[in-house]
Design a binder for this molecule. Structure first.
Ligand SMILES: *Cc1c(COP(=O)(O)O)cnc(C)c1O
Length: 393
């Protein structure tokens, strides 16, 4: 029965490979960190979302082990059937305190949080007004909801205003945006979004996945950056990036919204509860955030240093208020060459080109971490210089 389908897949896969779009995965033989082992060779990692360098943090490993000893390995149930542990409630409270919100609901991942946030809250009379560069999980979540869809060009406030005008006919309006867009590293203009939301009677949702732990003086995300703590109705985020890099997602915000999600959000109702070890480490992680700002300070210093040095060396970098630095190459084929040669130098960065970014806007994305020391950043900059010389002559 499989033969025809197998041939079909083999052909499609060969086409993907021929187009140069086949995703080959590298195999890491060490914990995640600034330095990783790949093929028995030490390399520098500049493509992880390990913004605060917590993925290999000994205190979090200890907390995860203690959590497993105290509360076991797994939950083996969804919450509405078996309930949850005291640890889950503690973590939900810590997340709400961190963001200055009223309540939090945990998911297995932020993909699930976004997948399960729209459909329970909005229906056909309502409007979702979404930034054109929002994450795939937001796009999928919106597809599952019957609300009318409006789209505005990335961070384009004139376009957002047009869409808000058009959506005045709807019952409720929800503006949805990523906090940081992962291709340019630009922060959403939440101050202006919030103003327009007030003017046109709309609610606001921000996905803080790339911004939480990073943006704002103390890493409380874009609501800290724009002095809007507690003002935005819905925030979603992940424990899989700055917050330790393991797994877990959340929606945090207004009490009634969270309460309704507990009643009706399908990825919450029909998917397993987070494992106790991860929850315990999450609690420790938020405690660490409230004890010291060391990691955020180091990350911000590292990012400033990297961008300043790269500019001094004549590289064209997009301005960044996040930990994502886009080194502009413009030409797609050339960007692939840069990424491959950087890898030969033992530096892992990602090349992005059309259709992931607009035509003629190819770039190398460098992700900075608090785990990086200046010597790592200097090695990365030296490699960029060497590769430029090889490519540009
Ligand atoms: C990474 C990311 C997600 C998905 O988070 P997971 O917890 O890994 O599922 C969702 N939204 C945005 C904006 C992201 O960057």
């Amino acid at each position: 029965m499989y033969t025809k389908f197998q041939e079909h897949l083999q052909k499609e896969l060969a086409d993907i490979e021929a187009a140069g779009l086949y995703k080959h995965e590298r195999i890491i033989e060490s914990p995640q960190g600034a330095e990783i082992m790949v093929g028995g060779k030490k390399c520098l990692n500049f493509c992880a979302n390990n913004y605060l360098g917590l993925a290999g943090n000994p205190e979090l490993i200890k907390a995860a082990k203690a959590g497993m000893d105290a509360r076991g390995y797994g939950m083996a149930s969804v919450r509405f059937i078996c309930g949850c542990q005291d640890l889950h409630k503690q973590l939900e409270k810590k997340i709400a305190d961190f963001f200055g919100t009223e309540d939090t609901i945990l998911y297995a991942a932020c993909f699930d949080a976004n997948g399960g946030v729209f459909e329970p809250l909005l229906s056909a009379e309502d409007a979702i007004i979404s930034d054109s560069l929002n994450h795939a999980s937001i796009i999928d979540g919106v597809r599952l909801c019957k609300a009318e869809r409006y789209r505005y060009a990335n961070a384009d406030m004139a376009d957002l205003e047009e869409q808000l005008k058009a959506a005045q006919k709807n019952r409720f309006r929800l503006i949805v945006t990523d906090g940081v867009f992962s291709m340019d590293g630009n922060v959403c203009p939440l101050d202006k979004i919030y103003e327009l939301a007030q003017k046109y009677d709309a609610m606001v949702m921000v996905d803080e996945s790339h911004s939480a732990g990073v943006v704002g003086k103390t890493g409380r995300g874009v609501t800290e950056r724009y002095n809007l703590r507690g003002k935005v109705e819905i925030l979603t985020g992940t424990l899989g990036k700055a917050f330790g890099g393991a797994m877990g997602g959340f929606t945090t915000g207004r009490k009634e919204i969270i309460d309704m999600l507990r009643q009706r959000s399908r990825p919450y109702l029909f998917s397993n509860s987070m494992a106790p070890g991860l929850v315990a480490a999450g609690i420790r992680m938020f405690d660490m955030m409230s004890e010291t700002n060391e990691l955020q300070d180091k990350l911000h210093e590292n990012t400033d240093y990297f961008l300043r040095r790269m500019k001094e060396e004549g590289f064209d970098c997009k301005p960044s208020e996040s930990a994502i630095c886009a080194v502009m190459i413009y030409d797609a084929a050339k960007s692939q060459k840069y990424a491959a040669k950087m890898q030969e130098e033992g530096i892992f960065v990602t090349g992005f080109y059309y259709p992931v970014v607009p035509k003629g806007q190819a770039r190398i994305r460098v992700q900075i971490s608090a785990a990086h020391e200046h010597k790592h950043l200097d090695q990365c900059i030296e490699a960029f210089k060497k590769v430029r010389k090889e490519i540009e002559g």
